[in-house]
Design a protein around this ligand. Sequence first.
Ligand SMILES: Cc1cc2nc3c(=O)[nH]c(=O)nc-3n(C[C@H](O)[C@H](O)[C@H](O)COP(=O)(O)OP(=O)(O)OC[C@H]3O[C@@H](n4cnc5c(N)ncnc54)[C@H](O)[C@@H]3O)c2cc1C
Length: 503
Amino acid sequence: MELTSDLFIIGGGINGAGIAADAAGRGLSVVLCERNDLASATSSASSKLIHGGLRYLENYQFSLVRNALQEREILLHRAPHLVFPLEFILPYEKHLRPAWMMRIGLFLYDHLASHPLVRSSKKIDFHDDQRGLPLTSEFDFGFSYYDCATDDARLVIANALSAKDNGATILTHTEVVSANYENSQWKIQLKHADKITTCTAKVLVNAAGPWVEQVQKNVIHVSNPFSVKLVKGSHIIIPRLYSGDFAYILQNPDQRVVFAIPYQHDFTLIGTTDVPFTLDTDKIKITSEEETYLCDTINQYFKKSISRKDIIHSYAGVRCLQNENENNPAKLSRDFKFQLNAETPLLTIISGKLTTHRLLSEKAVDKLRQFFPQMKKAWTKDKPLPGGDICEKDFSIYLKKFKDKYSWLPEKLAVRYAKNYGTRAELFLQNATSLSDLGKKIGADLYQKEVAYLIQQEWALTAEDILWRRTKLGLTFSLNEVEELDQLCKIIASQPSSGDGHG
Ligand SMILES: Cc1cc2nc3c(=O)[nH]c(=O)nc-3n(C[C@H](O)[C@H](O)[C@H](O)COP(=O)(O)OP(=O)(O)OC[C@H]3O[C@@H](n4cnc5c(N)ncnc54)[C@H](O)[C@@H]3O)c2cc1C
């Protein structure tokens, strides 16, 4: 059957999923098409922060920072299970910036947007504070401020679920191979498992992230392609570097900042690098130089020294930024930009941040009103994302009730379910009264019921989808367990009730 829709979106990262959710909720018929798994590219390779971006103040990007701080607050309400305040420690270094400048920057950060859910900044004396303990003795004091941490890939899934709840069709492992505008509509060719199908749409959205230029040139054949700059950022994960639930923001003289962030209880996530990227976007990898750069940065600040041997996992992602006349990648604006072609209705999305995806999506869909005058008004600001409809509005109260209700769940597992799925955890827990009701344990704390839920409701197909995107359990799985999980995925996916659109 040929699919016909108002809106066809290329790219299942945070921007494509966010636009799909917004547009479907306004009554448009929507198809979202992703050639791999949802969030398989940049949107699972981020620093996993919902933040204003303190460092952008130095480039005078006040409106970007203010918008992002406002969105941080909105997201804390929309997805209280996925977005959590996190304290950042900024060690003071006299040779980089004077203390008064840091104070002014932090004052602005505290005051650019109201933030009742996130604490304000303060100075910290490292001599009598545990936050100073992991650092070398040359740091006497620093500053503390708050931003938020999130699970990037789960934020994408939550948006895709929201789109689906409003009637959107989500296609995964389906590549858009060509799109031509003929007879007042887009004719789009899709490739799934070597089969080509065709569908039509009134408006096309190119949200292909780092592939946006390639899609413009090779798929849509636009005559005036938007030129972009690609900037790679890489992260390493090492065994926990320090105890304490706070993160560090470390400044480098080259204007780049490196975060050290507590990650999945036992690990520390360190990144990022910001290097120009001109190679093949299908082969994005951290280099040994980047690994060394990140280790060296840590070693300048922390008592405990690390080397490349400590790295247990790494990943890299590429930002697609506006092509400005600026050679330092760290200085290129992260603000989003649209290009709208009204004759052949095509909206191209450039840049953006996880943090501002809701605003980007709202503004993108607003731009389409000329094609859909009956479209409903913007709606996402006050509406929770799927799983975020926590009556108590306070995640800690919700978590306590969740633990009481499922008192048979081990503490760590209860916390993981509540954080990953919010109220949607009920979908696979509702009839269970003991661990044995969750089926076979495959590895770490992954049980069969959760796997079935992820395949049937969240478009997961393989062990990789489950271990690195739907959950972050990949760090704790052995090779045999991965193999077993892949087998189980195949069995569940072949059962008639599973999934609703892998192509
Ligand atoms: C290293 C790094 C760290 C970051 N950290 C943060 C952070 O902490 N906080 C924050 O707010 N932002 C952060 N960002 C920015 C944020 O991650 C990105 O802005 C965002 O993920 C981009 O999403 P996207 O949807 O545009 O692109 P992507 O997530 O890359 O999605 C594009 C999708 O399009 C698909 N696609 C391409 N071609 C086709 C085709 N022909 N057919 C079908 N599908 C196709 C791709 O497979 C891909 O999945 C970071 C970025 C990087 C690189």
